[in-house]
Design a protein around this ligand. Structure first.
Ligand SMILES: [Zn+2]
Length: 250
């Protein structure tokens, strides 16, 4: 629950992704849920996905904006870091730190640190260290970035864990928003629709829908609901009311 109303335009939740469409596919339902709860929600895409086989950066930017409207989030921006060369270097961490100071999120969602795509694991490291650096009072960043700020919590999405090896710390029930989430993913027409000329690379939207239904259905099953999105934390969760614990009964 929100301890108090956040000041002016500070975000409650910021989801960070390596590529446009990552956050829709990993935590789109959770972002919709947060919006419905009245929180201010934003998305920070680190790259424009320019190394993708399909689509252009301009087209993907339009698709990302349409997806943001479908999710109902309050803010979305792209840092323009180089796709497929997302090395965890200080320049990129400081670029994230500037945005953390400017957007002032209480909770940040990052991709899980161990990932098949190097950009995803690097996005995790860049995102985490960016959050940490943003809180250092003596670290000079641009004046426009604002005063030091460190998010209260960083949580990590494990949706891309295709082998279901990672036990989630918690699962968010996204059942009421599953279709809306799918509509947001469908905004990326260049990625999931089009001619089948690039066979073996091209993923038809129906395939994505089936895959997401399988994934979200699996994680939903873990807590006894239709669809869910999984997250892990590095730290222990504080629990104030053990009687109010939810999830699958014994
Ligand atoms: Zn990605």
């Amino acid at each position: 629950m929100p301890a108090k109303k956040r000041t002016n335009k500070a975000l409650d939740v910021l989801a960070v992704g390596a590529h446009p469409d990552d956050v829709e596919l990993t935590c789109g339902g959770t972002l919709i849920h947060c919006v419905k709860q009245g929180y201010r929600v934003g998305i920070l895409d680190l790259t424009r996905g320019e190394m993708g086989t399909r689509g252009t950066p301009e087209l993907r930017a339009k698709e990302a904006a349409a997806a943001a409207r479908t999710l109902g989030v309050h803010h979305r921006e792209n840092l323009g870091l180089p796709d497929a060369r997302l090395e965890p270097i200080m320049e990129y961490k400081l670029a994230v730190a500037e945005r953390i100071r400017a957007l002032r999120p209480r909770v940040v969602i990052l991709p899980y640190w161990d990932a098949r795509h190097p950009d995803h694991s690097h996005a995790c490291q860049i995102g985490y260290e960016g959050c940490y650096l943003a809180g250092l009072a003596k670290l000079d960043l641009s004046a426009a970035a604002g005063r030091p700020h460190r998010p209260h919590k960083v949580i990590y999405s494990t949706m891309y864990d295709a082998d279901f090896r990672i036990a989630p710390s918690f699962v968010v029930d996204i059942s009421p928003y599953f279709k809306q989430r799918m509509r947001a993913v469908a905004c990326y027409r260049s990625q999931f629709r089009g001619p089948q000329r690039q066979r073996g690379i091209y993923i038809p939207l129906t395939g994505i829908e089936q895959r997401m239904a399988t994934y979200c259905g699996y994680f939903g099953q873990l807590i006894g609901v239709a669809y869910g999105e999984p997250f892990v934390l590095r730290e222990a969760l504080q629990m104030d009311d053990i009687v109010a614990l939810q999830g699958l009964p014994l």
